[in-house]
Structure formats: C-alpha cells, structure tokens
Ligand binder design. Structure first.
Ligand code: GTP
Length: 570
C-alpha cells in the first residue's frame, strides 16, 4: 500500500521576518484552523493539522527506497513571537526534522535569529536559511546585496553544525501588507531545496506512547479531539491514554491523519485523536501518553551544556526559566561534573549518570566543549568533545514531561531589546524526581563532593607524639566530624586529628611517627620565650618573626550528605 510520509519543518526567525507569510505562501493545504472558524466545517468531522499548515509533494527519489510512500507531506510549524517561542519550539523540538530559519534580508542577523539558530543546533538535524523580503532591495543592487548577505550568513553558519545549509533568497509577500495579489517569489526553488534536504526521519513504534497536543476542541456528538504529534511509540483505536495534567484516562474513539480515518499512528505522525468528551479548554497544550509513563517531577538531574553565547556566569544556586516538554517554570540549579584521575571527563556520553557514583561540585557551568590540543605524537587531536556536566534542578512547580526530554535553561525576563542571548544551557532529563519530599529521598544518595582545604596552626607541643592545634575550626564547629582525618604539618610530619581540645575550637593532633627534632625545637623555643601559660593563649605569629608551624587539612565533603561526613583524600 502506498502512503504519505510526514516531515516536520519548524519555521523560525526574528519577529516580523515573514515566517507567517512564508508559511502561507508555501501551504497548499489550508490550515484546518481556519476551517474550524467556519461553523459548517465543525460539523464535518474530526479536523486535523489545527494551527499547523502543510503541503504535499511527490515523494523524492532518495526517500522512495525507504518505504512504501508515494507522497511527502511537509508540516510547517510556524513559531510565533518571542515570548512563546521557546516553549513552542521545545515542545515540538523532538518532532522537528528540519528548521527553516527566516531572515529579513534588509536586517540580517537579529537577536532572535541567533537564538533560533542556537535552538536549531540543539534540536534539529537540518537547516535551510531563507533570506526573505528581497523585493525590498533596490532592483539594481539586489543580486549583489543577496550575495553579500549570503556570504555573511555562511560565515555565521560555519561556526555551527549547519555549515552546508542552503541559503535561499525569496519574497514571501512582495510589496508587504498593502500589496494584494502579488505572487511570492522563490517558492518553487525553495520547495525543491526542502525536498532535497529531506531524509528518512526516525519513526519507531516501540517505547511508550507520548503525544504532544497542540490544539484541543470538541465536536458535538463525537467527543473531544486532541491534535498533535506523536513524540514516541504508537497509539491505536481503543487504546486507553492518560492526560496527566488532568489526572484522567480516556479511550481513543477514532483517529484521523491527512484527513483520513486511521487505526494507528506512530512516532512523527501528526494525528487528531478523538476521545470521549471533556472540556477542551482544560488542555490547550500538553502531553498525553500511555497510562503511567509520564512522570510529574518536582526536581531532576539533567545532563547539561552551557550555551557559549550566553554572557555571564551560569552559577550554582541561581534561578533560571526551565523549559521541559510544553512547560516552563522557575528552577534553582546546582552543577556538578565528573573527574577521572583528576582530569575532566570528556567521554561525551551524557546519559550515563549513576546515583551512587561520585561527582564533583561546580560553582558554575563551564563552556561545554573541551579541546585537547596535544599534537606531540601521531595521535589524533581530540576536539570538541562535550565535557560531562550535570545539574540538580529544583523546580518551583511540578512539571509533567517525557522521560529523557530536552531541557532548556534561559533567562526569559531579560529585556528582549538588550540584544543578548537569553538561552543559558541545555541538556536532557536523566533522573526524574517525582517525590514531593525529594530532599529526603534523593539527596542522601547523591554523592556530590567539594574538596575543602583548611589551614590551621600548631599552638604547642602536647608531648613527643602530639600537638595542640588552633585556627582550623570555629568555636562552634563540630570537631567530632573531623576526627580521624589526616593532616600534614608544614614541617613535614603526618598527623591525625584525635579530637577537640577545650571549648574554643582547638584540637589535638596525633603524630604517629613522632615530632621531628627541628619541629620540637622550633615549638619549644617559642613556648619557653612566652612562658607555658601564655603560649596556650597567644598566637605563634607574634613569635619574634619566627615561621609558625602550620597544619594543613584537605578533605572531601559530600554536600548533600545529611550526616555531613568528611572524607579523607589520600
Ligand atoms: N515587502 C515584503 N514584506 C513582507 C514579505 N514577507 C512578509 N512581509 C511583511 O512583513 C511583515 C511581517 O510578516 P509576518 O509574516 O507576519 O512575519 P512573522 O515573522 O510571521 O511575524 P511574527 O510571527 O510576529 O514574528 C508583514 O507586514 C508582511 O506583510 C516580503 O517578502 N516582502
């Protein structure tokens, strides 16, 4: 049987670059959204592609071999203005197979053009750049202006994965808003380019069914229709699906694809699913799934990479807008990474996080790529390997999302006119935490440590095998937690903290091999000079300019450990 392959194209770009005009010009199949405004059309049955538009072409030769398709449907996902851009795109990111980046040729790269390019790098396989509004360029200089802008853009693309992305000049709506009836320019060429850029997208039926709903409406006498894209798995008529945000399950009564009734839909398909009646206003956007597969999370561990264009630090304990699935909430982040043999792990494998393995705390997120410049032998240069970094995110509100979903951190409250990148980091969900009491359930198992270095002073000799130290702990410190940790004296001896001494934060250090002769002389000289009693109270630093004997302590502290144990570093 011959069929239609659906290929999802995200249409992105700076505000007013002409995304909607381009989408309209390309679309030969009118959006059912506009049909739905017509009361008669509502009576006709389940409608599809609501709010999305599409056009269908003959299947290109290079796709023919991949299955029994004779048609290729491009579903255009026109992304709206800036505020909702990130949510919309991330919601659909897993289903966008190609991004069309629309640029106003008279303006060039604008803030949001750059943000969209970044989002493309994070989410898409392929990109096509569309230089729009070429009709606004003076005719005699048009060609050279297009070439100049194409070259400029080419340079920008070279720093990205899309260095071979086609750059196509068009006029989606020549003459602008007032012009009536003028035909768009460059559409035939653009469609040819789009066809050439298609590839067989990944479509598998296995795994849990997860469906991103972009519109929801009811049809009298039939039920409520949710239209959207299957993110993973498959759904068949009579399946029971869950709508986690409404805490309800529903039976699939009927489905339509390409305006035809179907029994089954799989990953990548755009489909309208009709279920028994519920108020469609309760689910404008969101996820639907097989029963019990979507966690509603209050915290999470994610893999994370800093976005290099984000200016300023991405620091532990700061708050970001966290977008997961279709939702954006505030979250507080803490970063940690992994070191092997003292070297940052650049294996690049982001999803091998293990609870129980040890990770090192990071004050802030590093730029996510490391370059090994060593060229001293014949070995290949290992470049651009992502450094493995993770974040614990504590969300201010619970979020329902797909397992392993894309996560984007941003500062959406940044002034849009500030001309800076608002996207700060990206990654994937690795460990969802669904228990609202997560600090008690997760944190004790999370082995993230800080290496602490402390420096104190030997106050006096206690005997040949021990000294009294000070200035290492505060009066209120629980010295008991440090008992047994090894220290080193600046004179070379190794010691072990034996316990507190008195009430003022002093402590006793045992020197298993005994104090060196020189150390004893040094310390007793200062003691004699001051008198025994005085030495207990005064500092060595006032000892006639003599070097004090210092005590060094280096240890690991697990920052989430409720017992606050200190671990020795050898
Ligand atoms: N002269 C000219 N004007 C255009 C062209 N394409 C779009 N416009 C005009 O540019 C303005 C913005 O076009 P839209 O298609 O709404 O742009 P958009 O990128 O979808 O806008 P947002 O969704 O608000 O970001 C409108 O006034 C269009 O008429 C073009 O090729 N030539």
């Amino acid at each position: 049987m011959q069929g239609t392959l659906n290929f999802n194209v995200g249409v992105l770009g700076h505000i007013d670059s002409g995304k909607t005009s381009l989408t309209k010009a390309l679309s030969t199949v009118a959006s059912t959204a506009s049909f739905d405004k017509n009361p008669q059309s509502r009576e006709r049955g389940i409608t599809l592609d609501l709010g999305f538009s599409s056009f269908t072409v003959d299947i290109p030769e290079h796709l023919r071999q991949h299955g029994s398709y004779d048609k290729l449907q491009f579903t255009l996902v026109d992304c709206p203005g800036h505020a909702s851009l990130i949510r919309t795109i991330i919601g659909g990111a897993q289903i966008i197979d190609l991004m069309m980046l629309v640029v106003d040729v008279t303006k060039g790269i604008q803030t949001q053009t750059a943000e969209c390019l970044l989002l493309g790098e994070i989410t898409c396989e392929k990109m096509v750049v569309v230089l729009n509004k070429i009709d606004l360029l003076p005719e005699d200089k048009r060609q050279s202006a297009i070439e100049k802008m194409s070259k400029k853009f080419q340079k920008t693309l070279e720093a990205t994965r899309f260095h071979d992305a086609p750059i196509i000049p068009v006029a989606a709506k020549p003459g602008g808003p007032e012009a009536q009836g003028k035909e768009a320019e460059g559409m035939v060429k653009l469609i040819d380019i789009l066809k050439a850029c298609t590839y067989k997208p990944q479509r598998v039926e296995t795994g849990p069914f997860i469906f991103a709903v972009d519109h929801c409406f009811s049809i009298r006498g039939q039920g409520t229709v949710m239209t959207g894209t299957v993110l993973s798995g498959r759904v068949v008529v009579n399946d029971t699906v869950e709508i986690p945000s409404m805490k309800m399950t529903k039976k699939v009564k009927a489905m339509q694809m390409f305006r035809q009734p179907v029994e089954k839909a799989i990953q990548g398909d755009r489909v309208g699913i009709c279920v028994t009646q519920f108020d469609p206003k309760l689910l404008e956007r969101g996820l639907v799934s097989s029963v019990g597969v979507l966690p509603t999370i209050t915290a999470a561990i994610i893999s994370v990479q800093k976005i290099k264009y984000f200016k300023g630090p991405v620091a532990t304990k700061s708050k970001f807008h966290i977008t997961m699935g279709h939702e954006t909430v505030m979250g507080k982040v803490s970063f940690f990474g992994q070191k092997r043999d003292g070297v940052e792990d650049t294996s690049g494998a982001e999803n091998n996080f293990n609870l129980g393995e040890e990770y090192i705390y990071q004050e802030e997120l590093h730029i996510g790529k490391s370059v090994n410049e060593s060229k001293n032998d014949n070995s290949e240069v290992v470049a651009n390997k992502p450094v493995r970094q993770y974040a614990l995110i504590m969300l201010e509100k619970p979020v329902t999302c797909a397992p392993h979903c894309l996560v984007i951190g941003s500062k959406l409250d940044t002034d849009i006119h500030a001309n800076v990148c608002r996207l700060s980091f990206h990654g994937h969900l690795l460990l969802p935490v669904t228990d609202p009491k997560y600090p008690e359930t997760l944190l004790p198992n999370l082995k993230v440590y800080k290496i602490k270095q402390k420096e104190g002073l030997v106050e006096r000799i206690a005997d040949d095998y021990s000294v009294i130290g000070k200035s290492l702990f505060k009066k209120e410190s629980n010295i008991q937690l440090f008992v047994g940790l090894k220290v080193k004296l600046s004179t070379g001896e190794d010691g072990v903290i034996e316990g507190g001494f008195g009430q003022s934060g002093k402590f006793k250090v045992r020197i298993p091999n005994g104090l060196l002769q020189g150390t004893k002389q040094k310390l007793s000289a200062s003691s004699k000079k001051k008198g025994k009693a005085a030495a207990e109270e005064t500092s060595q630093e006032s000892d006639g300019g003599k070097e004090p004997v210092k005590i060094y302590l280096i240890f690991k502290r697990y920052i989430y450990d409720p017992k606050k144990e200190m671990i020795q570093i050898d």
